[in-house]
Design a protein around this ligand. Structure first.
Ligand code: FAD
Length: 387
């Protein structure tokens, strides 16, 4: 263990876009940052995503600080290009990255009167840090609701995080649960990939927007309206959605009751249409009621109907998974999210920063890039570690 907080580096936990961007921003200010990544390479989350995945945010507005995304990757980056970009990014900035190291706990320490942090990591490692940036991802731990009868069900039940492509589902009847962007993408992928029947269980009808209209990306609208009052954005969005997306009520997907921005504030990002609207209209994807439980080899829906799919894919989200790492420090709210984010820290936890734990309408990658600068400046100022 390094025994002096003053000479310790800043540790960044997680080698995804958030960790890499912040490490690069720290480096630019002359602060030594070491990225600790539990898997064997940077961009681990992206390596695991499904084959069809494309960014919903534009190339330009998804770039991390100090390296534009190459033009050759096109306007909407595919999964493999995101991974390639992250690899290039780490190399370009010569980031000090240690892979195969999982941090299990962060604890406060004081050495020679200087406060810092002790990181407990794989193989009994103890690492001393002046400051820590936690960037372990908003989509950390796959979450499947604890539906009654779930464990006794004989069919295949898979979290969307483990779905790769439609191949294993050709000729099979599949129920996708949850209509966020991932659920919508997977339902369309299955329908196009030869599943015999695709149903989509919907608890709350989503807002659906076009990814881009006449060349204008939905993300730019998201950035523009971000600071406007919620009722104003709700009203404008209602008009825009009615003009650009057909009414799918007769196909089982009514327009949502609550406004678009009201839902965003509740944590529900609109679904960007990359095929769902047409698939629902044509009957290739059939919206059904939400899942209530599993019983006698059937899935019971909240409208009382019982269906018998061969497989259920739960696109039911993720949890932050921060409790073990930092829960004992009093820095998390009741939902397990950091109480202070980005450049802000809590009085009892100076030098402990979090990045990537919001789900903004303007695009997470863009926010991660902006936060990287802010965190780097705050760390350099409060620790005086700039070289
Ligand atoms: C399917 C999907 C599509 C998305 N599309 C877009 C999009 O189009 N545009 C956009 O802006 N955003 C998008 N996002 C959101 C967001 O940009 C990505 O999730 C992005 O990868 C977040 O980066 P991150 O660094 O915060 O987290 P991650 O990419 O998840 O990186 C976290 C890293 O931390 C590592 N790690 C975790 N725990 C530990 C530990 N204890 N010790 C050491 N290492 C650890 C993980 O292995 C991982 O490499 C999408 C998200 C998903 C899930």
């Amino acid at each position: 263990m390094t025994d002096n907080t003053l000479t310790s580096p800043v540790y960044v936990i997680g080698g995804g876009p958030g960790g890499l961007a912040t490490a690069a921003a720290l480096g630019r200010l002359g602060v030594r940052a070491v990225v600790l990544e539990k898997s064997d390479a940077v961009g681990a989350s992206w390596r695991r995503h499904y084959d069809r995945l494309e960014l919903h945010t534009t190339r330009r507005l998804s770039a991390l600080p100090g390296l534009p995304v190459p033009r050759r990757y096109g306007r909407w980056l595919g999964r493999d290009d995101v991974v390639r970009y992250l690899e290039e990014y780490a190399e370009h900035h010569r980031l000090e990255t240690v892979t195969g190291v999982e941090v299990s706990r962060v604890e406060p320490v004081e050495r020679a009167g200087v406060p810092g942090w002790l990181l407990r990591a794989t193989g009994g490692r103890e690492l001393l840090a002046r400051a820590v940036v936690v960037a372990t991802g908003y989509n950390h731990t796959p979450y499947v609701p604890d539906w009654a009868g779930r464990d006794a069900w004989g069919g295949e039940l898979l979290h969307a995080g483990h779905y790769r492509n439609a191949e294993p589902y050709a000729g099979r009847d599949v129920l996708v649960v949850g209509v966020g962007n991932t659920g919508a993408d997977i339902a369309v992928d299955l329908a196009e990939g030869g599943a015999s029947r695709v149903r989509l269980a919907v608890r709350t009808p989503p807002h659906i927007v076009r990814r881009s209209t006449a060349g204008w990306p939905a993300q730019r609208s998201g950035i523009l309206v971000r600071r406007l009052p919620r009722p104003v954005v709700d009203r404008v969005a209602r008009v825009m959605c009615r003009l650009s997306v057909p009414d799918l009520a007769e196909h089982g997907l009514p327009r949502p009751e609550k406004g678009l921005y009201t839902r965003v504030r509740e944590g529900a990002i609109p679904v960007q249409d990359v095929g769902l609207v047409e698939a629902v209209r044509s009957g290739a994807v059939e919206p059904v009621a939400a899942v209530d439980s599993f019983e006698d080899g059937k899935v019971v829906l909240t409208d009382g109907s019982r269906i018998a799919p061969d497989a259920v894919i739960a696109a039911t989200g993720y949890r932050r998974g921060l409790t073990e790492l930092v829960g004992h420090l009093g820095v998390l709210d009741e939902r397990g999210r950091p109480r202070a984010h980005g450049r802000r820290t809590l009085p009892g936890a100076p030098g402990l920063h979090f990045t990537g734990y919001t789900n903004p309408i303007s695009g997470t990658l863009r926010e991660i890039a902006l936060d990287a600068h802010r965190i780097a400046k705050a760390v350099a100022r409060t620790t005086g570690t700039a070289r």
